[in-house]
Ligand binder design. Structure first.
Ligand code: ATP
Ligand code: MG
Length: 577
């Protein structure tokens, strides 16, 4: 469970926190927060932020609040609140008991603070540093100027405190339609920082809210609600991505303009996660879902946490990935294969091995004394002796992979071919005697013989074979469906599009291959939803949680790429789906 071992170098944010802990700057302890807007499902980028925020809390015996940053009712939904809460709990797993800050078992909501945030706004008006402005949204923009052009004061900027208070009260009472008035901070219309040019604090939105219902028709802007929510919750370190760096002066201005007891929360920024072949904008991920380009937010090809869960990525692998990429101030793009590497590394330690054949061809062992089957011992996990062994049935009729047989073996093909002997994993040597075909020339079955003296995989006479292949006993096999996934996008940067094009042009049309009639060893009949197995020589596969009671569906979590590359080097293209 030690994801951030003490001896690993710290990132710059952890170094700052350590300094504060040493100096006892925050007597009540370190409090961070993870503040998603519930307008979509969490993606792997959020995982980086979750691991950082919860990691810091956990390492310092502090707390990290899960807070829904729900100030924009138009785009937010309870479905998202629920999925976010579930995904965070899943990802931080055993840490939750130590550091997950919840409000009576539920997440915190910025909307819970609407009353207090409103009172703070009134206080700013009374102090003369906020005013009600009647400019239209378009005029507000024009007046704000541009980075190289100073803004122009709103004609309402010098409105009296009394008039602003009255108008703000009437905004709240619902007297004005959307877009007709705003509450703005009076800061500096010529500031080089655009965010300080009298930013909007409140806008009118006659929209019901998923938490507060019809109570409000004015809603605070992100910048206003965020720093105050941090303050209300006693957050010490408000950690966010670099695009918020330019908002920091406003964060400090708002808190500094109210008479709040110290210490105040402080904002720190780090570089967001970007990954090859992946897109991490919730808006675009929503578009994929709405246009049915994927089966849902939890489609196993999606870069969402729920998609990765469904695909069989272990939480520990995602945490390890976040640990390896580190936390810095410079944006870069991480190779998707690093995440796959972490998944493989974790599953190699934990996933039971089983045998399944994806593209079966029938093998009939002519000299097998059958009918009936025998039980052979198979190792559950060579990386974990405590996983023990299991019995695998073996009989006269088997399935092997079509790709493990060639009628004419080239010089570098060492698996099964007429007259050629191979080892069947955990079983016997098998020799192909002849091929039976239909009139059209399709292979119906391979007629073979086996050597009973080679039980367990070795020949007493020292005879060698050059390949070991997996198999499934036909009589006891269970039929399963396998869904093999490839990258969702064909290009390293999916947002890199040709003129007039769209990121959707970069979708990989071959990202899903369904194999409806794969054969698996009988132990998989008991496989439970979410369980991940290594199908020997093929990769890791996870029981789809939605596969129901019929034929089991396995999602390919990740291939055994390294092994495959080695195998292909020796014996030519290996099994591919
Ligand atoms: P999107 O732009 O995809 O809608 P967002 O940043 O608006 O994402 P939020 O719900 O506001 O999503 O994000 C919650 C937290 O997660 C924020 O603190 C944000 O900085 C962080 N976060 C979002 N995307 C990434 C990323 N790619 N890498 C690291 N942290 C991220
Ligand atoms: Mg955001």
């Amino acid at each position: 469970m030690d994801i951030v071992p003490e001896n690993k170098p710290q990132d710059f944010i952890r170094a700052i926190v350590a300094e504060h802990v040493r100096g006892q700057k925050y007597p009540d302890g370190i409090v961070t927060r993870f503040p998603p807007e519930p307008n979509g499902y969490l993606h792997i980028g959020h995982a980086k932020s979750i691991c950082l925020n919860f990691g810091i809390a956990r390492e310092n015996n502090g707390r990290c609040n899960l807070r829904m940053d729900d100030t924009n009712p138009a785009k937010e939904e309870v479905e998202y609140v629920d999925s976010i809460t579930g995904d965070v709990r899943w990802l931080i797993d055993g840490w939750a008991d130590h550091c997950l800050g919840l409000n009576k078992g539920a997440p915190y909501f910025a909307s819970d603070y609407f009353d207090r945030i409103h009172d703070f706004a009134v206080e700013l008006v009374k102090k003369g540093v906020a005013y009600v402005c009647d400019l239209t949204p378009a005029d507000t923009d024009t007046y704000r100027g541009a980075p190289d052009k100073p803004g122009k004061d709103s004609p309402y900027r010098n409105r009296s405190v009394e008039e602003s208070l009255d108008l703000f009260r009437r905004m709240k009472a619902g007297e004005f339609p959307d877009g007709t008035r705003t509450l703005r901070a009076r800061i500096d219309m010529s500031s080089p920082n655009m965010w300080l040019r009298d930013p909007i604090l409140y806008r009118i939105r006659h929209t019901d809210h998923h938490q507060t219902g019809a109570k409000w028709c004015i809603y605070p802007m992100y910048d206003f609600a965020h720093c105050l929510s941090d303050y209300i919750e006693g957050i010490t370190h408000s950690i966010c991505t670099l695009e918020f760096e330019v908002h920091r002066p406003l964060y400090d201005w708002i808190l500094g303009s109210l008479d709040l007891p110290r210490p105040l929360p402080h904002q720190y920024e780090f570089a967001r996660l970007n990954m090859t072949y992946t897109m991490m904008s919730k808006r675009r991920l929503l578009e994929l879902v709405q246009n049915n380009l994927v089966s849902g937010w939890d489609d196993p090809r999606m870069p969402t946490i729920s998609g990765m869960r469904r695909r069989g990525y272990p939480a520990a692998a995602i945490r390890e990935f976040c640990h390896r990429i580190g936390v810095g101030k410079v944006e870069n793009t991480i190779d998707l294969s690093l995440l796959e590497f972490c998944v493989r590394e974790e599953l190699n330690k934990t996933a039971p091995r089983v045998m399944a054949v994806l593209k079966p061809v029938k093998v009939v062992i002519e000299n097998y004394p059958g009918p009936g089957t025998e039980e052979l011992d198979a190792v559950n996990n060579p990386e974990d002796p405590s996983a023990g062994t299991r019995k695998v049935p073996f009989g006269r009729v088997l399935y092997i992979e079509q790709d493990d047989f060639r009628e004419v073996a080239s010089k570098d093909f060492f698996r099964l071919a007429p007259g050629r002997e191979v080892r069947l994993r955990y079983a016997y040597f098998l020799k192909c005697e002849r091929v039976v075909k239909d009139d059209a020339g399709n292979i119906l079955e391979l007629r073979c013989t086996y050597d009973p003296a080679t039980k367990g995989g070795n020949s007493p006479d020292g005879r060698k074979v050059k390949a070991t292949i997996h198999w499934v006993c036909a009589e006891t096999a269970v039929d399963v469906e396998v869904r093999a996934y490839d990258r969702l996008f064909t290009v390293v940067d999916p947002s890199d599009v040709k003129a007039g094009g769209d990121y959707k042009d970069n979708l990989n049309a071959q990202s899903l291959t369904v194999i409806a009639d794969a054969k698996a060893e009988p132990s998989l009949a008991q496989a439970v939803a979410g369980a991940v197995y290594q199908f020997e020589r093929l990769g890791y596969f996870c029981v789809d949680p939605l596969s129901g009671t019929g034929r089991k569906v396995f999602n390919r979590t990740v291939t055994l790429r390294d092994e495959l590359a080695k195998l292909e080097k020796r014996t030519g293209p290996a099994v591919r789906v």
